[in-house]
Design a protein around this ligand. Structure first.
Ligand code: PMV
Length: 351
């Protein structure tokens, strides 16, 4: 175990075939496989971990706010507390830890802050404990906190196989190809809204499968799309990638609307972007860009580096230039230097 502060950086991922609905709520086991791109550090989470005998309980700060790890009513903190305990047991120690985590972007606004946060949390604790876990093991641990987090453990294009086992041991994410295979694929992120979503994805994962009739068809069609997309990625077929991405996002937001009561994440700006991208593709005679939306109104537009300016021009007037972030593919979490620590070691609080 490291008796010094460990600091790591991790990033969100954007799913092109998405996860929505769990076959096991406690274990975060999905009803279909999903595929994502792990993004570079344009948007990131930094997390510092310190073990100290001066602490008599674990302390977790996210964006300077202290979270109560004993609060079992909050699903996410309960999972985090369990994961912290689980990893501590792997090392057979009892020392308490201070964790300070900061996102460089709005939390819970549908920009995969939980994926980035949970993946970086698991990675940094495993490093602080010197656990030497494989990517597969880390992915399974991260999945327990937030399903999509299991995909942020690896870089490049990543597939989370839904798995078949009831205990979730075969439900983890694996790299399809690394960030060097098809680096021309980029993600234009629009920050339409930083507002916290009204319905959390955890609630949505439960509500949609139990109330939407349209959802019955989604697991099998999304599974088929994931298989097709995997092939398109290895063949660098952008036409296929773009169509699958837009169709999957539309299917997701259709079943969300069909949920009772309905879940609506898209707003008028999101819809304008959808139309603008279809117009752009039509005027080009082939697909040059694909929009995709998670649990929020912020469009992420997947395109090729050479078409970046065309896409930015197409959404001009809908999204201000200063609300656009261009992210490329990333490598997954990594350690930072000592001076990047977010912890004041004397006072045992965030810096
Ligand atoms: O991992 P969660 O529980 O935050 O769910 C993520 C759901 C989506 O972002 C909408 C889709 C996905 O696969 O990332």
């Amino acid at each position: 175990m490291k008796n010094e502060t460990i600091t790591a950086i991790g990033t969100p991922n954007i799913a092109l075939v998405k996860y929505w609905g769990k076959r096991d709520i406690k274990l975060n086991l999905p009803t279909n496989s999903s595929i994502s791109i792990t993004l570079d550090e344009s948007l990131n989470t930094k997390t510092s971990v310190l073990f100290s005998d001066k602490l008599n309980e674990d302390k977790l700060y996210i964006n300077k706010e202290l979270y109560d790890l004993k609060d079992r009513k909050n699903e996410k903190t309960a999972f985090m507390a369990d994961i912290i305990e689980y990893m501590r047991k792997l090392k057979k120690i009892s020392s308490k830890m201070l964790i300070v985590s900061e996102n460089s972007f709005p939390t819970a606004s549908g920009l995969a802050s939980s994926a980035s946060g949970a993946a970086t949390l698991c990675y940094s604790i495993s490093k602080a404990l010197d656990l030497n876990l494989s990517e597969k093991e880390l992915s399974i641990i991260a999945r327990r906190i937030s399903g999509s987090a299991c995909r942020s453990i690896a870089g490049g294009f990543v597939m989370w196989k839904k798995g078949e086992m009831a205990n979730g041991s075969d439900s983890y994410a694996e790299q399809i190809v690394n960030e060097k295979h098809w680096p021309e694929v980029i993600d234009i992120i629009t920050l339409v809204s930083g507002e916290k979503k009204k319905i959390s994805s955890s609630e949505g994962h439960k509500l949609t499968p139990t109330t939407s009739e349209l959802y019955k068809n989604r697991p099998s069609s999304a599974e088929a799309r994931a298989e097709k997309l995997k092939k398109a990625i290895s063949e660098k077929n952008f036409q296929e990638l773009a169509e699958i991405t837009m169709r999957d996002s539309n299917s997701l937001h259709a079943v969300m609307l069909d949920t009772y009561p309905p879940i609506i994440y898209l707003n008028d700006i999101s819809k304008k972007i959808i139309y603008a991208i279809h117009e752009l593709n039509e005027s080009n005679g082939s697909l040059v860009a694909a929009y995709t939306f998670d649990a929020g109104p912020n469009a992420q537009i997947i395109t090729l580096e050479k078409n970046k300016n065309k896409v930015v021009a197409a959404i001009k007037g809908i999204v201000d230039d200063n609300k656009i972030i261009i992210a490329r593919q990333g490598k997954g979490p990594r350690l930072l230097k000592e001076e990047d620590s977010l912890i004041d070691e004397n006072k045992l609080v965030p810096r």
